[in-house]
Design a protein around this ligand. Structure first.
Ligand code: AMP
Length: 275
C-alpha cells in the first residue's frame, strides 16, 4: 500500500479514499462513486476494526461477505481494495492511541466508551498508509465525521475530509451493514425510526427558540410507539461542536440511537431554521 501511494504522490495523482468495514451497500457505493468523480485513483479499505468494538458488541459476528464486496468495489470503480489484517494493524506491541476528547464525549461516545478512540486511531493509521488527497465519510455516522474532521484539523493532516449525505431505503431507513441483523418484523419496525427525526424537525421549525426538551419529547413519542424498540438516546446538539443546546435558534443536530430487538440503529438529521 505504501509503495503504491508513494508512487501516486510522485506522479501527482489525486487519491480518493473510502474506509469501510465491509458488508457494502448503496451508502458505501455513493461514497466510492463520489471519490471516483473527484480523484485520479480510488482506494477503498475493508477492515473490521477490533478496537472500536466494546467487549459485548458484535465484532465476531459482524458480516464479512468479502467476495461480494470485492465485486461491488470493482463495479463502482475502485482501483485498489486494501484489506489489512487485524494482526498487521495491531501487533502485540501496538501502544499508540488517538483520542479526540470533547468531540468523542457525547451521543454515541457516552454509550460506547473507547469507540471513537478506536475509530480515530484506525483512521489515522489508514491515512498514513494510503496518503489520500481526499477521504469520504457518510453523515449517517455524524459524530464520526466530526471526530475525523477534528483530528485532521488538530493534527494538521494533509487530507480533505469530505462528508457525504446519508443514503436511505425507499421507506426512509438509513442503509447500514447492521440492518442485515433485523428480522422481517424488526425491519418493518425500523422503518419507523426516521419519523422520530421528522417529528423533531417539525417542532424545531414551528417556532424560534423552542426548548430542546420539547424537541426530544416529540421524537421520543414516535419511538416509543415502535414495537420492540428501546431508546438509547435522543439528543439535540450544536452541529459543529456537538455541545448540548437548551433552545434551538439556528442549526441543530438531532441524533438518536435505538435498539430494535438486539440491533442498535443510529440516525440523525441537521435542521436549519429559516430566520
Ligand atoms: P462502515 O462500513 O459502517 O464503517 O461505513 C463506512 C463508511 O460508509 C462510513 O463513512 C459511513 O458513514 C458510510 N456509510 C454507512 N452507511 C451509510 C449510508 N446509509 N449513507 C451514506 N454513507 C454511509
Amino acid at each position: 500500500m505504501r509503495r503504491a501511494s508513494l508512487e501516486w504522490n510522485r506522479r501527482v495523482r489525486r487519491v480518493g479514499f473510502v474506509p469501510t468495514m465491509g458488508a457494502l451497500h448503496r451508502g458505501h457505493v455513493s461514497l466510492i462513486e463520489r471519490a471516483r468523480r473527484e480523484n485520479d485513483v480510488v482506494v477503498a479499505s475493508i477492515f473490521v476494526n477490533p478496537v472500536q468494538f466494546g467487549p459485548t458488541e458484535d465484532y465476531a459476528k459482524y458480516p464479512r461477505p468479502l467476495a461480494k464486496d470485492a465485486a461491488l468495489c470493482r463495479k463502482a470503480g475502485v482501483d485498489v481494495l486494501f484489506l489489512p489484517s487485524a494482526k498487521e494493524m495491531y501487533p502485540p506491541e501496538h501502544d499508540t492511541w488517538v483520542t479526540v476528547e470533547r468531540t468523542s464525549g457525547p451521543l454515541c461516545g457516552e454509550f460506547r466508551p473507547g469507540h471513537f478512540r478506536g475509530v480515530a486511531t484506525v483512521v489515522l493509521k489508514l491515512f498514513n498508509l494510503v496518503q489520500p488527497t481526499r477521504a469520504y465519510f457518510g453523515l449517517k455516522d455524524y459524530q464520526q465525521v466530526r471526530v475525523v474532521q477534528r483530528m485532521a484539523a488538530d493534527l494538521n493532516l494533509p487530507v480533505k475530509i469530505v462528508p457525504c449525505p446519508t443514503v436511505r431505503e425507499a421507506d426512509g431507513l438509513a442503509l447500514s451493514s447492521r440492518n442485515a441483523y433485523l428480522s422481517p418484523d424488526e425491519r418493518r419496525a425500523a422503518a419507523r425510526v426516521p419519523a422520530a427525526l421528522r417529528a423533531a424537525e417539525q417542532v424545531i421549525k414551528s417556532s424560534s427558540g423552542v426548548s430542546v426538551e420539547r424537541v426530544r419529547a416529540a421524537a421520543k413519542a414516535e419511538l416509543v410507539r415502535i414495537p420492540g424498540a428501546k431508546v438509547q438516546y435522543i439528543e439535540v446538539v450544536d452541529p459543529e461542536t456537538l455541545a448540548p443546546l437548551r433552545r434551538v435558534r439556528g442549526e441543530a443536530l438531532v441524533a438518536l440511537a435505538v435498539y430494535v430487538g438486539k440491533t442498535r440503529l443510529i440516525d440523525n438529521i441537521v435542521v436549519k431554521r429559516r430566520t
